[in-house]
Design a protein around this ligand. Structure first.
Ligand SMILES: O=C(O)CCC(=O)C(=O)O
Ligand SMILES: [Fe+2]
Length: 387
């Protein structure tokens, strides 16, 4: 029989992985209990039916347990890209969202990119950190075709605790149905919905180039926040950065799995913990970035609890307050947002309470195991890339 979650946590502790309870926060009710398929298909008095019923969540494999993920060799296509982006950007209009993170692109159809164009996409996104591609046909493709585009960038991650379109467990869904009351309910207990994180950093090989596309959304609200973790690293003094190098951090899936189980959701794979460097280097750009987040990071290896909390909380605070290296991405029909999970953090927002449906799909290719390169002296400037 599979060990209980508590036993799993204890076992991992005995392996020397000190996790601690962390700050995992779930402003979600993506669980089967509150999902009303009938209302999603039919619509409600105030809200239209789901525009993409093929993407509605199912939890029909909840009894099937998945084996632990096996290591795999990741190929970083951003390393092969022509840095002048002749294939990706030949017909593109690119506008930076802010001076330090984010771009908005018109005139590119992601589904039509050649392999050379995809290589350039990986590099471009690594440089810009997050890119909103407008007027895409991605959501209208058969799901298998969208997945085969994503597969170029790495092995698909299958989320242990999220609903997925029937037959496509590789698609992670973000879904609040019509007349959903989460926003009102959540703020009975909490004062904000901010959940800075990089996706599933508890995995041994967390994701890199990641795709999220809008299926349905509120007219206003439900933007997504992004932070440039390379800029967050570079903003720190050389002495401080030097001190961060060599530190290792545990990341845990336990709390997310427990929350999912408590809400009647699924836990398809036994939760794990992993140890990653606190500073990671991007394989294509060589940039160094902070790699900690309050959702999944738990403990600095070798530090006592108060010491670890002190440093992690300082870094979380630095990232959360860094409006000068953050962007806020607005969704529109046809938008595909591509970000590099290795060098960014992001947060959903729960700021609309009209009961409007919000429905997005994520394709989440896994990348290399995080690695660190040596501290280098420098002035801490944000690297700027020409394209
Ligand atoms: O709902 C959002 O805005 C973002 C959700 C999220 O964190 C994700 O899809 O990785
Ligand atoms: Fe996320």
């Amino acid at each position: 029989m599979a060990p209980s979650l508590v036993e799993t946590a204890v076992e991992q502790q005995s392996l020397g992985y000190k996790t601690g309870v962390g700050q995992y926060k779930e402003p979600g009710n993506y669980e089967p209990k509150t999902f009303r398929k009938d209302l999603e298909l039919r619509g409600t008095e105030k809200h239209a039916p789901a525009r993409y019923p093929n993407y509605l969540p199912t939890w029909n494999n909840e009894t099937e347990k998945y084996a632990p993920l096996e290591p795999f060799q990741h190929t970083e296509h951003g390393k092969d890209a022509d840095p002048s982006f002749p294939n990706l950007l030949k017909d593109a209009k690119v506008e930076d969202i802010t001076a330090n993170i984010g771009a908005e692109v018109h005139g590119v159809q992601l589904s039509k990119l050649t392999d050379a164009g995809k290589d350039e996409l990986a590099l471009f996104v690594a440089q810009k950190k997050v890119v909103a591609f407008r007027d895409q046909d991605f959501a209208d493709l058969p799901i298998k075709d969208a997945l085969s585009i994503g597969a170029y960038f790495g092995r698909h991650h299958i989320h242990p605790a999220s609903g997925a379109p029937s037959g496509y467990p590789q698609v992670h869904l973000v879904h609040r149905g019509a007349d959903d009351t989460t926003a009102r309910d959540f703020f009975e207990e909490r004062i904000n919905s901010i959940t800075w994180h990089s996706d599933v950093t508890y995995e041994k090989q967390p994701p890199g180039t990641t795709f999220l596309y809008l299926l349905d959304g509120p007219a206003a609200g439900g933007d997504t926040l992004f932070a440039n973790q390379a800029a967050a690293y570079n903003r720190l003094s050389p002495e401080f950065r030097k001190r961060l190098h060599g530190l290792k951090v545990t990341h845990s899936a336990v709390e997310q799995a427990e929350q999912s189980k408590n809400r009647g959701g699924i836990v398809r794979r036994d939760p794990i913990t992993s140890i990653h460097p606190l500073v990671r280097t991007h394989p294509a750009t060589g940039e160094k970035a902070l790699f900690v987040n309050p959702q999944f990071s738990r403990r600095i290896v070798g530090y006592k609890k108060e010491e670890s909390d002190f440093l992690l909380n300082f870094l979380y605070d630095h990232i959360a307050k860094g409006q000068d290296f953050q962007a806020r991405v607005k969704w529109a029909p046809g938008t595909v947002v591509v970000w590099d999970n290795r060098v960014t953090a992001h947060s959903a927002l729960l700021d609309w309470d009209t009961g409007a449906r919000r429905h997005l799909a994520r394709i989440t290719p896994q990348a290399e195991a995080p690695f660190e390169t040596e501290f280098e002296e420098g002035n801490g400037a944000v690297q700027s890339f020409e394209y």
